[in-house]
Design a protein around this ligand. Structure first.
Ligand code: IYR
Length: 225
């Protein structure tokens, strides 16, 4: 590998294959079409998925850019049914209160078309749960390490994660039980880590239906200058 020191720091040569405009248009269109097939799925088949697939998906998430390259994330991968049950019980306990008293009527009205309720069977049915933790700061040899743009970094990593899950032929739901401190307790995470997202992953249940909702058009989301 070609290397070079820049201001005392090692750099490696980096190149991408040069694609023709036609090839770029084709590839970007194909990638869009692929990701446009992604749908959030809340009903899972209990069939297991090879562990290596989940490891590759998490490695893909870890390729995300992060503030000062601090990689401020931890991905807890859960397949143990007893831990899944603990998570489901704790999540449902919170969600029951949220749906009954914490969420305003307009919020519940907005969720009606998606058919969500306080019940979260997917937390036990999905073969894997990925609980993403953000590291507010790092810890190395008992020393605090400053992290930067933690929410942005972990959010981008979760985007990569969700795209990788889809590309592997699997489905997921980005679940945010609220409050979700119970995840730190159940998974015994250190004080510098805070739960960010809970993502059940697996095959969709046979004959799954998803809400007939649509994405905004390009004209609605783009402003060209
Ligand atoms: N966290 C709750 C409620 C919920 C909120 C939004 I915003 C959603 O897009 C979906 C659900 C739940 O998981 O049911």
């Amino acid at each position: 590998m070609e290397k070079k020191k820049i201001e005392g720091f090692e750099h490696v040569r980096y190149e991408r294959p040069q694609l023709s405009p036609e090839e770029m248009i084709l590839r970007s269109e194909q990638f869009y079409q692929e990701l446009d097939q992604r749908r959030t799925v809340r009903e899972f088949d209990t069939r297991s998925v090879p562990l290596e697939v989940l490891e590759n998906i998490i490695l893909t998430a870890s390729t995300a850019p992060s503030g000062a390259h601090k990689q401020p994330w931890t991905f807890c991968l859960i397949s143990d049914p007893s831990i899944k049950k603990k998570i489901r019980d704790a999540a449902e306990e919170e969600e029951k209160i949220s749906y009954a008293t914490r969420m305003p009527e307009h919020w519940k009205a907005d969720l009606k078309p998606l058919g969500t309720t306080w019940e979260k069977p997917f937390l036990e049915e999905a073969p894997y749960l990925i609980v993403v933790f953000k590291q507010s700061y790092g810890m190395e040899n008992g020393e605090k390490i400053q992290h930067y743009y933690v929410n942005e970094s972990v959010g981008i990593a979760c985007g990569f994660l969700i795209a990788a899950i889809h590309q592997a032929g699997l489905t997921a739901v980005t679940h945010t039980p609220s409050p979700m401190n119970f995840l730190s307790e159940i998974l015994a995470r250190p004080f510098n880590e805070k739960p960010y997202l809970l993502i059940p992953v697996g095959y969709p249940k046979a004959e799954t239906y998803v809400p007939d909702i649509h994405r905004k058009s390009l004209d609605e989301i783009i402003k060209k200058f």
